[in-house]
Write a protein that binds this ligand. Structure first.
Ligand code: AHG
Ligand code: MN
Ligand code: MN
Length: 360
């Protein structure tokens, strides 16, 4: 009773023993990240009582209005992770440029990339939000001069660890260090995350999808085809009825998929042709792709696996289709069939009238 579940520190040390490539102070680095998430969980749960809701009054580098909690959560990550000597630099959604570890602190071997508060449009209406993080190794040349942006531009398949905290009815931490995906729940009485969901597995097929349907007219044809087939239900070619969900918080959507399967899409769309998607590669798509992949699911742009995308800039956006393996593979096939013209019989006359999706 008094010494029940595995706590996060024991879990991390056991993972590190299993994988000698996780050098030195790796588990302590993740402990600092966990501490940041606990501080954010505290702020999120107190909400109005802590005076943390509402707008910050300025835009971030993406041109999106920052919430007070976006900024506070960003500060929490910096405060808890900059002094331990495990990191060489950090980067986040809420910082225009990378944040090298200040010269008066020792510099470590890892890079941390994070979305301090994901789904922040939900914060003022008291719905689920989260934090997402990704750990990369600092390339060799990092150890000399201060790291630069280029050191961060590594494909997701080079991530050492990835995780998210979900600030929902209970606060959970979902983590992978390349050996499965595992869920821990915050026990507020003792202030520790305890292992409650070891070895999460995403069922390969599903009857549930998540997409912001208000963008339908902007979606690319393979996604329009997939969703219309789901909506056709039992009488359509899928021969089964589907359910739809949209929380507008990627952390919450991915968590639901880890718990009961499903597919999540924020595909390429023609809303703003300068943006190849809504979500950011380095601190949203890549960590979620590793988490989902380690749980037996898949993550794709539709044309290539997310983890293979070579980043070209820190805040780059990317189309995201992730979740149950069979569904993601189906949507990838629809992309191939669209490119080769094999999907002609499925095309709505609507698509050929738009410039982006013109097929003639
Ligand atoms: P963030 O709050 O970090 O900017 O991310 C929000 C993202 C993601 O969590 C969610 O899936 C999506 O934006 C919601 O988009 P819509 O506003 O189009 O629903
Ligand atoms: Mn986000
Ligand atoms: Mn965010």
């Amino acid at each position: 009773m008094l010494c029940g579940r595995t706590n996060v520190n024991k879990f991390l040390i056991e993972e590190q023993r299993r994988n000698p490539a996780l050098v030195g102070d790796f588990s302590m680095l993740i402990s600092d990240v966990v501490r940041s998430c606990k501080a954010i969980a505290q702020g999120v749960s107190r909400g109005s009582l802590a005076g943390v809701l509402g707008d910050e009054g300025r835009d971030n580098v993406q041109g999106e209005a920052q919430k007070k909690l976006d900024v506070l959560a960003n500060q929490a990550f910096i405060h808890h992770c900059e002094w331990g000597g495990h990191l060489a630099a950090m980067a986040s959604e809420e910082m225009d440029d990378i944040y090298p570890i200040p010269a008066d602190n020792p510099r470590g071997k890892y890079l941390l990339v994070f979305d301090p508060l994901d789904g922040s449009s939900n914060i003022d209406v008291n719905l689920s939000v989260g934090s997402i993080f990704s750990v990369l190794r600092c390339p060799e040349n990092c150890s000399g001069a201060a790291p630069g942006t280029d050191d961060f531009l590594q494909p997701g398949n080079r991530q050492v660890a990835a995780g998210y905290a979900l600030y929902g009815p209970s606060t959970m931490l979902v983590l992978t260090v390349g050996n499965g995906t595992h869920g821990l729940t915050l026990d507020r009485d003792i202030g520790e995350f305890l292992l409650t969901h070891p070895n999460l597995l995403i069922s390969p097929d599903t009857r549930e999808f998540a997409i912001n349907a208000s963008n339908e007219r902007f979606w690319e044809p393979p996604v329009q085809r997939y969703v219309s087939e789901c909506l056709a239900g039992k009488t359509g070619i899928r021969g089964k009825d589907f359910n739809m969900r949209w929380v507008a918080s990627m952390v919450a959507e991915v968590h639901r998929i880890l718990m009961r399967g499903g597919v999540f899409m924020y595909p390429r769309d023609s809303k703003d042709l300068s943006k190849p998607g809504r979500l950011r590669l380095m601190y949203e798509a890549n960590p979620m792709a590793m988490i989902v992949g380690q749980a037996g699911g898949l993550a794709s742009t539709g044309n290539e696996r997310i983890l293979d995308v070579q980043p070209t800039s820190l805040h780059q956006r990317v189309p995201v289709i992730l979740g149950s393996r069979d569904e993601v593979e189906r949507i990838e096939r629809y992309h191939r069939e669209h490119e080769s013209g094999e999907d002609q019989p499925f095309r709505s006359p609507l698509f050929s009238t738009r410039t982006l999706f013109r097929v003639d």
